[in-house]
Design a binder for this molecule. Structure first.
Ligand code: GLU
Length: 313
């Protein structure tokens, strides 16, 4: 029996305190899930080596302080390595992977060569075509090998995958041979996210639109693993006053910064809501009503450019 229960998630990397932009995406992911009467899960994506113990706590604290809640205990990718290893082993068994010894620089150079394969940033397939002798030589060189997914057969047309995003409509892109395990043996983001979303029963991904180009890759991998791809809603980022993605340098942008300036969590939530064109609340409990009225079709399609409050001398 299938159920239509929406399961959303929030998947931050515990590498720093969350800022206005991250928390705005968290609020949106929560609103999408709760407005559908769905579950909302928390997953720490903590495999990239930059995770720090204090940020698990501070991220949970700040999201909770805004009146957002989640179901069950937060999970950590670092506790789930066996799941990723199983998926990688399956792909290897099916001969859908190959070792890649290229450095970033070599990839950039090969991709820039005339008649090199597009699209931008795509892996040009260098190591896919290594002869046995070349492979042997590379292996003995001591350079660590990443594992890449073999996308499409050698003589087939490029694999183009279209995802239909709830906010942005159809988005098509050619899927390249992307990395599923890094050179240091760590399972790569594009693999872990697919395995986790399926294992956690996630049906709906709401995240920043900087990740839209990853969605066709992830959908392709989900299909290869016979997993049901979730739906996507990519939401606009928050930009700093200079038009770059918001960062700590842009001033008092974390919740703790704002509380130190004398603001309250409600002030912070109202700022986020107003940036989304949503009505203010008078208490954090009232966010449940915001969720009931939530209509994603009214959300802004452009990034929000954050202007720090003027400093009075
Ligand atoms: N961990 C990613 C981030 O913090 C989010 C990945 C995702 O939502 O798919 O940007």
């Amino acid at each position: 029996m299938t159920t239509d229960l929406t399961v959303g998630r929030w998947a931050p990397s515990p590498t720093g305190d969350l800022h206005l932009g991250n928390l705005r995406t968290a609020l949106l992911a929560w609103l999408f899930a709760r407005s559908a009467g769905g579950r909302f899960l928390w997953r720490f994506e903590d495999l990239d080596g930059a995770a720090r113990p204090r940020f698990y706590e501070s991220q949970l604290r700040d999201v909770a302080a805004l009146g957002l809640d989640w179901d069950g205990e937060p999970v950590r990718q670092s506790d789930r390595l066996a799941l990723y290893r199983d998926a990688i082993a399956e792909l290897r068994r099916r001969n859908l992977t190959y070792e890649c010894f290229c450095t970033r620089r070599e990839i950039a150079e090969a991709a820039a060569a005339p008649h090199g394969p597009s699209p931008e940033g795509a892996y040009p397939g260098t190591c896919r075509r290594l002869t046995r002798a070349e492979l042997k030589q590379r292996r003995s060189s001591g350079r660590p090998a990443a594992l890449r997914l073999r996308v499409g057969s050698d003589d087939s047309e490029p694999t183009e995958v279209t995802v239909v995003d709830r906010q942005l409509g159809a988005y098509a892109s050619t899927v390249d041979d992307f990395v599923i395990q890094r050179g240091d043996g760590t399972p790569a983001y594009n693999l872990t996210v697919v395995v986790d979303d399926a294992a956690q029963g996630v049906t709906e991904i709401v995240r920043g639109d900087d990740l839209l180009p990853s969605a066709p890759r992830q959908t392709h991998l989900a299909r290869l693993l016979s997993l049901e791809p979730p739906s996507y809603a990519h939401v606009p980022l928050v930009l700093g006053p200079e038009g770059r993605r918001l960062a700590k340098r842009d001033g008092a942008v974390t919740l703790q910064d704002r509380l130190a300036l004398g603001e309250t969590p409600i002030d912070f939530v109202i700022l986020l809501l107003s940036s989304l064109g949503l009505d203010p609340v008078t208490s954090l409990d009232a966010l449940a009503e915001t969720a009931q009225r939530f209509d994603p079709t009214t959300l802004p399609r452009q990034p929000w450019v954050y202007e720090p409050p003027a400093v009075t001398a």
